[in-house]
Write a protein of this length. Sequence first.
Length: 295
Amino acid sequence: MPPLYILMYHRVCAYTPDTACYFERGTAVTPEVFLRQIEWFGRRMKFVTLTDALQKIQLGDNKYPLCVLTFDDGYQDSLLYATQYPLTLFPIANHLADHQTLMFIDHYYALLHHAQRRKDINLSHLLPNIIEYPSIDKNLCWWVKGPVKQYLQTLPIKQKIGFLTQLGEYLIVQKTPRNQELYLSQQTLQQLACSGHQIGGHGQTHQRLTTLNLNELCAELTAAYHLVKVCHSKSPIAFCYPDGAYNKQVIEAVKQVGFNYACSVESGFWSADMKTLFNLPRFFMRNEWDEKNYL
Ligand SMILES: [Zn+2]
């Protein structure tokens, strides 16, 4: 039986100073690369939504290899080149165009991009353990993937916001993008669902679910579930673990709240003999890619 390929995208956008952090992290592909990738997969596989793929596999109706295009985090630029294909989107319940606050990673990248103080940086008042800070221009990779980002990821949401506020003051940042410029709105998600695309849950605020207590975990999942329910009246419904973080307790909670399957960020294709539906692997699609990895 042919395997199921689930591709994971975040943003499709041109490389500009505004988007450089995303390319550095690997969560953006240019429109040219995206179209080349789609063309390559489209020649070999049939694009379907995640629910359709799993239903076809369960019914044995998958003579051809199937491919699912997933887009995480609800960026509006993901739609510019892709709506003619069936999409599976995983927006974040509290970070839509309708809301006020950016997701923490978008806030952090915006600070890096809009910083006026870009060198001679000393954050010892915020992070005493780090001795040297490279200039943002000379070593963006350090800022995007290095100790500041790693530290930020460990903080609970309130502290994260507090840290970013202080960081913004230190780096002298006058403005950051508004939600309307980055994310899809609830209304657009509902329209997309009506035209055959699939909307799944991706948490309320994109917290790593393995770091939360049971109440916080339920709040994250319930908000995500409600967003999916205003888009789709029917089951089954999909979840996608923020940052791919899950454990037994998280899987149990995801099931309890009412999700029917969930995507991870482990790499590989899924086949029906992999019994669980709660860690569907996905291929992380980057701007640098090699077709041989998918053969
Ligand atoms: Zn995400």
